[in-house]
Design a protein around this ligand. Structure first.
Ligand code: NIG
Ligand code: FE
Length: 403
């Protein structure tokens, strides 16, 4: 039984070509979907001969349209309560992110609002954001805890992520990030101990989180504290991720390499020895241009990674400080702000994201999950070219049209 045939697409982006710098794509292509996975992808004639659209339960005419893999957004903080639009205004008038955090705003303010919100309020808000993400072509998203900073709220956040994953067609990948900030009642050594001795065992007991992340940054968690937390996470079976080199060059990238972390994220201040170390250790670099854009900061130097043949991921970093859940916007910023080619940016937002989350999605190779978007334009180039609008017309997740 053929579930769906998408035929006559003006372009199908399959994934990275063998040399990784270019796309593997088919012009005038077709895709056959059977049992939720890609049964065939290739030139229209060849695929439709083997899988005739008239024999399929669903046939989709994709004339003048492009098909791309669903976006894999590998770094977000999408579960939160409260409103920080006034901080956005203050930053426009010159306040810095760190000043706002040091005065108890920023992450700490979202923590207060999140602790006060009910589970249902948090879940409903997250499901609303997942709807927006899906409508913009995201089929898998990582979401971090870290707006609880106490055991009870961190556990609540992770169980809400688990519920959202089950209730929504977007796959939600949960990361424990108790080490997102130091709550005011503690010094950072005391709080590090609480994360390791109290939060981590409880999180593992609840058995929801997959990764453990730390904000390794000046005045937040030191390299040594981050190492202790991530090593403890690894002992408990949580793979490490690191917020590294965001505001200053601090050592988080070398730590990620040393621990063979799943990913090192932000990397605005990474230098070439960091990039080599990450590459040698097989750590996925995750670049978050929306954050730099919203902070008015310089972008991470994507070209240095790419010229060295290092694949990167692009993610939204959707959070109260970077309030865009759109991966199309991240792709546009990757191109316009970071000088990535549209092909590189699309690969980074799909295949790159999947690598940073250890998932087999993010490509349309035969056998991959049928997670894809139908673009209301003839090529992937239109996604960054026509920025600021939604270019996604329909989304398929696991073979089902879900948007
Ligand atoms: O990745 N840098 C730390 N964490 C988030 C920001 C979270 C917030 O400001 O609420 C980030 O940008
Ligand atoms: Fe983050």
């Amino acid at each position: 039984m053929i579930d769906t045939v998408i035929h006559d697409a003006s372009e199908i982006v399959v994934g990275p070509a063998e040399d990784r710098s270019r796309l593997k794509q088919h012009e005038d292509g077709a895709i056959a979907v059977v049992d939720g996975t890609i049964a065939a992808v290739g030139p229209n004639d060849a695929v439709t001969r083997e899988y005739p659209p008239e024999n399929a339960a669903h046939a989709i005419d994709a004339s003048e349209k492009a098909i791309i893999p669903g976006f894999v957004d590998s770094h977000t903080h999408a579960l939160f309560a409260g409103d920080r639009s006034d901080e956005f205004e203050a930053k426009l008038s010159g306040a810095t992110y760190q000043e706002i955090l040091a005065e108890g705003g920023g992450i700490l303010r979202t923590v207060r609002a999140t602790r006060e919100a009910t589970d249902q309020e948090l879940l409903d808000q997250l499901l609303g954001y997942l709807d927006v993400m899906l409508a913009h072509g995201t089929t898998t998203v990582e979401v971090k805890s870290g707006y609880g900073l106490d055991t009870e709220t961190e556990l609540r956040m992770l169980s809400i992520l688990d519920r959202a994953d089950r209730e929504h067609s977007v796959d939600v990948v949960p990361t424990f990030m108790g080490a997102h900030a130091v709550p005011p009642a503690y010094d950072s050594d005391e709080y590090t101990e609480i994360v390791i001795d109290e939060q981590l065992p409880a999180v593992v007991d609840q058995d929801v989180a997959e990764f453990c992340d730390v904000f390794c940054e000046a005045d937040v968690f030191s390299v040594e504290q981050s190492r202790q937390i991530l090593e403890a996470g690894t002992e408990h079976g949580l793979q490490p991720k690191v917020h590294a080199e965001e505001f200053v060059h601090f050592g988080g990238a070398q730590l990620a390499a040393e621990l063979e972390a799943m990913s090192a994220d932000h990397l605005l201040h990474a230098d070439s020895s960091d990039i080599n170390a990450l590459d040698e250790a097989g750590v996925a670099p995750v670049l978050l241009p929306g954050t730099a854009f919203s902070l008015g900061a310089e972008y991470a130097d994507a070209r240095v990674f790419l010229e060295q043949g290092v694949s990167v991921a692009l993610a939204s970093d959707f959070n109260p400080n970077c309030h865009s859940p759109s991966m199309q916007f991240a792709v546009a910023l990757g191109c316009i702000g970071m000088e990535m080619t549209p092909a590189e940016a699309i690969m980074a937002a799909t295949h790159g994201g999947a690598r940073a989350l250890d998932r087999d999605t993010g490509t349309l190779e035969q056998g991959a999950p049928a997670d894809l978007s139908l673009i209301d334009a003839p090529s992937h180039v239109h996604i960054p070219y026509t920025f600021g609008v939604n270019n996604v017309e329909a989304v398929m997740k696991g073979g089902e049209i879900v948007y």
